[in-house]
Design a protein around this ligand. Structure first.
Ligand code: C2E
Ligand code: MG
Ligand code: MG
Length: 697
């Protein structure tokens, strides 16, 4: 094979080739540098002698402008010294940063990598320029934000702190010192747990763990300061990250003690009864709602007891509102002490209470109702006064699905009304049929207010007869209510209600006035005078002005006081108060006679009978009615008759309906009698009544 390369040939062509290559490479490098994406420059004698395209676009000047201008104009005046130092300095290579004033006025940050050479005795500087504006501004922003953070951290009035993953303080601002009473030194490396009150510890730990897992939270806790005082805080807790990894947590604590206390006060005002501090109706309803929700899964039977004190109005009126309030507080305590810890006793206002038994059965409920009745029956000592009270209780048991909060309370209320009307001091379980009965009562309560103005009351009169002479000795006035829809309403159906509402005061006054003027009218007709017997309620007798009222009625009607007798039901005499005693004595002093009604049903003491020198005793009609078939009733009747006689009191038998009763009473020497046998109660204008009157003279 022929060697194509001759040695001489080679050396000749090599030189040529090398020369060719050198110019090729030069051109290539020139093109490369000119088009390089990096800015390249060369400075000789403090003048630019080379810049590439990228350099021109970086500073915004054309090549010609750069060559014609001065470096000074390009470099930011404050950084000029760096470039000048470079010019005069010794080292060959250097890297530094300056600001450049671009042609359009913008300032950019650049990093210059410069090399210094001496060529032909001249200093030549050349190198590359990188735009580092983004990096520099980012650094500036970072620094600024760090400073801002520092300032926020240390100057913030709120407490700001950081914890490591164990919950030990790693930093704490002065706000923490103010809030906790510990110095920063004491706090650092201390765990947060000893600061938290025990009841909040579990939730706080939970939030801390959540923060270490990346979850931010806001919550309220209470801490104990170094001095032992409690503060309420609102905490915001966040995860603390370093290069994406959670390294601890940080938090902000705001002292909300004042706000917390105000809120508590507001809550108390909104949810608690200010007198007894018991939950009010709103809170009670709320708790019942919660119990309903739980009972849906637990299948238990929430039960509501509605409790209304019997004749509280009387206590309140006779003792004054201040003592009445004290009494209610004591009642509240007794109620609370007699139910379980999970039960709620609430006050709905006035003398109305409600008790929520979240989970109970019928037998247990009965026991509680009995216990409550019993507890209230024990005498109360209210500021030196011994008082006793009874309560009417209504019970409603939830029937599960579809029961509403209002509905259940209403049912208990309905049942309570029933107890009040027919039992008192007892309890009733709600049943649907009670609804109708209470609707009647509610109508009565509502319409009673206008009954006097509407002239709906009438008095009926029933003769009282001397059993020996068969003469008329008196007439009992008995009220009837001519209700526009309900018809003639008997007194037993509205007197107790009027006593509860206080309506009895004007009604009683009307009765007294009407009865006295009727008696005076009979006298004017020339009929021999007899006593008009008027039933009087204890509520009236408790009024401080009752004596004055009676006196002015006698004056106005012109009836002499000897022709008026007041009938006081025996049971009311149990109310043994100073006002009552004084009023009884003063009424007697007016010359009025007084009788004890329904005797045998209450517990009047003999000393009481003597003390107030009652003129007559009226044997309750329940004993008279039983005379024919009950030896017990006979015995009681005889005992009352002889007792009255021994005390020199007259005795009247009520409710004589037949011969058997009459002859027994006559045999027992009973003075007087009253009953259907002689006459039913009749209105004054009735012909029959006039005949009766005439018949007995
Ligand atoms: P009370 O004072 O014991 O009146 C007697 C009641 O027995 C009356 O009932 C009368 O109608 C009824 N009665 C009379 N004779 C007989 C009889 O032979 N057999 C039967 N079964 N009953 C007889 P009334 O009128 O329904 O009054 C009921 C109660 O209402 C009264 O009992 C009284 O305590 C009260 N009351 C009536 N009017 C007034 C009033 O104006 N003021 C006050 N505070 N109470 C009144
Ligand atoms: Mg009577
Ligand atoms: Mg009676």
């Amino acid at each position: 094979m022929k060697n194509v390369y001759n040695k001489e040939d080679v050396s000749d062509s090599h030189l040529e080739k090398t020369q060719k290559d050198a110019s090729f490479y030069k051109e290539m490098f020139e093109v490369m540098i000119r088009n390089s994406p990096v800015s390249v420059y060369m400075i000789e004698n403090w003048n630019f002698t080379y810049v590439n395209k990228n350099f021109c676009s970086l500073v915004g000047y054309t090549e010609e402008e750069i060559f014609a201008g001065r470096i000074n104009n390009l470099i930011h005046p404050e950084d000029l010294f760096l470039v000048q130092g470079r010019n005069t300095g010794e080292e060959t290579d250097a890297r530094y940063r300056v600001r450049i004033n671009k042609k359009d006025g913008d300032i950019i940050h650049v990093e210059i990598h410069s090399t210094k050479l001496v060529r032909n005795g001249k200093k030549v500087l050349f190198g590359t320029v990188f735009d580092v504006t983004k990096e520099v501004t980012a650094n500036i922003l970072l620094k600024e934000s760090q400073e801002r953070f520092k300032s926020l951290f240390y100057n913030n009035p709120d407490a700001i702190f950081t914890f490591d993953l164990e919950g030990d303080f790693t930093d704490a601002n002065p706000g923490c010192e103010v809030l906790s009473g510990y110095s920063k030194d004491e706090l650092i490396d201390m765990s947060f747990t000893p600061l938290i009150v025990s009841e909040d510890l579990a939730t706080t730990l939970n939030y801390f763990v959540e923060a270490t897992q990346g979850i931010a939270n806001s919550y309220e806790i209470t801490i104990t300061r170094k001095d032992g005082k409690r503060r309420n805080l609102e905490i915001s807790s966040f995860p603390m990250k370093h290069t994406g990894k959670i390294v601890g947590t940080y938090g902000i604590a705001k002292d909300i003690t004042e706000k917390y206390e105000n809120r508590k006060l507001m809550e108390e005002l909104v949810f608690y009864d200010s007198l007894t501090k018991l939950p009010n109706r709103k809170l009670f309803e709320d708790r019942l709602k919660q119990v309903f929700i739980i009972s849906e899964t637990n299948k238990n039977q929430p039960t509501v007891l509605f409790l209304d004190l019997d004749r509280f109005k009387f206590i309140n009126d006779s003792l004054g509102h201040h003592l009445g309030d004290e009494f209610l507080k004591t009642v509240s305590k007794r109620l609370t002490n007699n139910v379980g810890e999970t039960d709620t006793v609430g006050r709905f206002g006035g003398d109305e209470f409600a008790i929520l038994l979240p989970n109970t059965d019928r037998n247990e409920t009965i026991l509680i109702a009995q216990k409550l009745n019993h507890a209230l029956a024990q005498p109360f000592d209210v500021m030196g006064h011994s008082l006793s009270i009874t309560a009417s209780i209504g019970i409603a048991v939830s029937n599960g699905a579809g029961e509403s909060v209002d509905g259940l309370i209403k049912k208990a209320d309905t049942a309570m009304y029933y107890t009040k009307e027919f039992g008192k001091n007892s309890y009733t379980f709600y049943s649907a049929e009670l609804d109708q009965k209470t609707a009647y009562k509610l109508t009565i309560e509502k319409d009673l207010k206008n009954a006097i103005n509407n002239n709906e009351f009438v008095l009926y009169y029933q003769p009282i007869i001397d059993l020996k002479t068969r003469e008329l000795t008196g007439m009992e006035a008995l009220i009837r209510w001519n209700h526009p829809e309900l018809g003639l309403v008997p007194p037993d159906n509205f007197i107790p209600i009027s006593e509860e509402s206080g309506e009895i005061i004007p009604i009683g006054k009307w009765v007294l006035y009407t009865a006295c003027s009727q008696n005076k009218a009979w006298q004017h007709l020339g009929i021999p005078p007899f006593k008009i017997c008027v039933n009087i309620s204890v509520i009236q007798l408790q009024q401080s002005n009752i004596v004055q009222t009676v006196k002015s009625i006698l004056d106005d009607t012109g009836l002499d006081s000897q022709w008026l007798e007041l009938e006081i039901t025996e049971s009311i005499l149990l109310e043994d108060t100073k006002t009552l005693k004084e009023n009884l004595l003063n009424l007697k002093a007016l010359g009025i006679s007084m009788s004890i009604d329904d005797f045998g049903t209450g517990y009047t003491s003999l000393s009481y009978l003597r003390q107030f020198s009652f003129d007559r005793v009226k044997i309750d009609r329940s004993f008279i009615g039983d005379i024919g078939n009950d030896s017990h009733a006979k015995a009681i009747t005889s005992t009352i008759i002889s007792l009255a006689q021994k005390l020199s009191m007259g005795v009247i038998a009520e409710g004589i309906e037949g011969e058997t009763q009459l002859s027994y009473l006559q045999a027992e020497n009973c003075d007087q009698g009253q009953g259907y046998y002689f006459s039913r109660p009749l209105p004054a204008d009735q012909h029959e009544l006039s005949n009766h009157i005439k018949k007995y003279f």
